[in-house]
Design a binder for this molecule. Sequence first.
Ligand code: ASP
Ligand code: MG
Length: 425
Amino acid sequence: MAKTIVYKFGGASVKDSNAVKNILEILRNRLRKNHVIVVSAMGKMTNLLESILIQKIEGKDYSSNSAILKEFHLGVSRDLFPKTHPIFSQIENECMRLQGVLESSSTSDDYDVLYDKVVCFGELLSTRIVMEYLCQEGMTSVWYDARQLIQTNDEFRFAKVDWAGTKRNCEKLLWPILSQFPVITQGFIAGTKDGQSTTLGREGSDFSAAILATSLGASSVTIWKDVPGVLNGDPKIFEETIKFDELGYSQAAEMTFYGASVIHPKTIKPLAQKQIPLLVRSFIDPDGEGTRIHQNANAELIPTFILKKNQILISFRVKDFTFSEEKHLRMIYTELDKLKLKVNMLQTAAISISIVIDAERFKLAQLLESLKEEFSILYNENLELLTILNGDRQLLERHIEGYDVLLEQETRHSLQVVRNRKKES
Ligand code: ASP
Ligand code: MG
């Protein structure tokens, strides 16, 4: 049998009915029975599910957001299907199941466990709609629940993949189908051995595509995006961006490490290990060449810009007049680990340790509480972390004009600053 090909369509590529129609156009001359199509939740539906969950936990009324969620999917479907199509009752059913999960949960339930039970509905709904639409338009394809394919441990919200189990599942469950039909499945969501829903971290659908590709020994993965490929900066933020025609795995991995959002950071490693090329292409211009990420890429080292917004800079000052040392770092990292927080930048000085992390609901307060005995702690919120790879001082200067710089770091080929726009005086 021909090798599997994996395609991934993210939230923006299924954000409304026209977007779904566009997917059909992309697949029209490309879809073969050996394809696996990974689809994210539509548009901002994962955010909406998160809001519903928070409302539920805070004992607030979530009925209007639930109604918005249902109406969104019904509305998209009205544009795509005749009134009598079974998709409408499928959506009603999924929404009823979601309602059931929310109603049967209590405030004492573990937040992360409940989160994974709730947010998976975004992907379950989007894939139902895409699969039914492809079938209706003559491209028979089979829907598969990714929670039965991608097996993980029970670190809910950031579950770790059981690679051997996943490979076994893919071979046993997907091979027989893929010899006859393409398969549509969900990104982001997975399951434990005993059938509980887990997720792989926000924006994790790229990673799902890489997991499935690796497990199936695919010949390539294509991520269809709203940009022409991997650029040297987010075009929504930076002017005059340049597309990379190709990139090495390590270059791409480095960009994602610093926060380039074009590819999820965990995606590259499994593909690199199996030497499976990753193509990033535009769903707006599907015949465009895109970017090919592979082993022997010959990419120029042009300056590359990565901006992470909504950052918090926290400085821990050792209280007991000693100098900061490993044990203090360990203490901080232990607490960060417990809260599943990742350090985006670290700087140590004689009596203080500074870290930069993403702002996450509730987490800052918990972190401060757990470390207040040992350290006096200062923090600033709403900052931006700018990383420039392969740039120079002059270039950096241009990007800090009009900003206060709170922290700066330089390595052989990276420059990083934590910046805050100057207040008008
Ligand atoms: N729907 C999930 C999210 O928005 C996963 C993804 O889009 O990759 O985070
Ligand atoms: Mg998404």
